[in-house]
Design a protein around this ligand. Structure first.
Ligand SMILES: Cc1cc2nc3c(=O)[nH]c(=O)nc-3n(C[C@H](O)[C@H](O)[C@H](O)COP(=O)(O)OP(=O)(O)OC[C@H]3O[C@@H](n4cnc5c(N)ncnc54)[C@H](O)[C@@H]3O)c2cc1C
Length: 327
């Protein structure tokens, strides 16, 4: 098995989602069989960052036309790289960018992209969620050609199942190779606009140990002090589902989910949050999930370790008092 892992960067740093994809790649093959790929016009620093991770080698796919992301540029360049390297598996983080170009790349090999994978079992068998997370489906690659897989944010913990370089007998950073694809400006048919702006990361929810997160069940901004009091009593950061931030009740930096932050605290308390898949991907890596919801069938209860079915306007004040009394 040889795995090609395509890393994605933002602001000159490899994105966390790429390291989650490395954890997934490690489910498929040991580190020395993983080739990490960085793409762009100048990739030296990115390659050095990748080479410090437990991978067999790093390939810099470099060309002036890859300076700005385009689906044509990336899929053409990777097509040539894959023909050169012939991996059995190609792994990506399931980002907006990957969603844009990876299916086209897979098509060039007569393959499909097994997208948004949440688990990988021996076989390999890939699990994806269907119907907003109500069902899961398992997929196995068949036929000739590489197997293309993208992995859901938050599904694989970076470093959790990856052996450190020293325990693999690695003598230092992985070797770095340069690959220069042949690209012509006429092949790039699109002119990129402003990239999609994910919520600003001015609040670092990613390193919070405890988070109290509030959803539309709170009904209005005037009720937020109820949640703030509970967060205060628990010494927790305040977070929210997207509608709360879209309404301007809390800043975008506090949004958890696919277009917000990915968090993995020891405790995640979800209050009045239904558990839509876009929210779950951002928090399901939490160690202990507690949900308060008046709807016993809310999907949040499927990922919760503890659930309270009840009216948050009754449960939250009682819980806050209980926490204060227990201190
Ligand atoms: C491209 C895209 C990206 C997205 N990104 C994100 C993202 O990053 N993060 C995110 O969160 N969402 C995201 N969403 C939106 C997502 O699909 C959901 O719409 C959103 O998560 C729902 O938020 P909610 O659970 O707060 O609201 P709702 O789904 O309306 O749920 C409210 C819940 O509160 C409960 N409730 C109501 N009253 C009470 C009460 N008195 N006591 C207790 N419980 C009560 C209800 O039973 C319900 O389950 C995205 C959507 C798209 C299309």
């Amino acid at each position: 098995m040889s795995v090609l892992l395509v890393l994605e960067e933002s602001g000159g740093k490899i994105k966390r989602a790429s390291w989650e994809a490395l954890a997934a790649a490690n489910r498929l093959a040991p580190a020395q069989e993983i080739t990490a790929v960085v793409i762009g016009a100048e990739t030296e620093a990115l390659a050095a960052e990748a080479a410090a991770k437990p991978v067999g080698k790093v390939v810099r796919v470099e060309h002036p036309l890859l300076n700005t992301y385009t689906a044509d540029g990336f899929s053409l360049a990777l097509h040539q790289l894959l023909q050169n390297q012939s991996p059995t598996q190609v792994v990506f983080p399931h980002t907006y960018q990957v969603r844009d170009y990876a299916p086209a790349l897979a098509c060039k090999f007569g393959q499909v992209l097994i997208g948004d994978v949440i688990a990988i079992e021996d076989g390999p068998i890939f699990t994806r969620q269907l119907l907003q997370g109500r069902l899961t489906g398992t997929y196995r690659h068949s036929g000739d050609g590489p197997c293309f897989v993208s992995v859901q944010a938050g599904a694989f913990r970076p470093d959790s199942n990856i052996a450190a370089p020293e325990t693999q007998g690695s003598a230092g950073p992985a070797p770095i190779e340069l690959f220069t694809p042949t690209l012509d400006p006429a092949q790039i048919r699109t002119k990129p606009g402003e990239p999609f702006r994910e919520s600003a990361q001015t609040v670092d929810l990613g390193s919070a140990q405890r988070i109290v997160s509030v959803g539309r069940g709170i009904k209005g901004a005037e009720n937020l002090p109820l949640i703030e009091a509970l967060a205060g009593a628990l010494g927790a950061e305040l977070a929210a589902s997207r509608p709360i931030c879209d309404n301007g009740w809390l800043p975008m930096a506090r949004q958890v989910g696919s277009s917000g932050q990915t968090v993995a605290p020891k405790l995640y308390l979800a209050v009045g949050i239904s558990g839509a898949i876009q929210h779950l991907v951002g928090m399901k890596g939490s160690q202990c999930i507690v949900a308060i919801n008046k709807d016993r069938d809310a999907p949040i209860f499927e990922v919760a370790d503890y659930g309270i079915v009840g009216d948050l306007f009754e449960v939250v004040p009682a819980l806050t008092e209980a926490v204060k009394a227990g201190r």
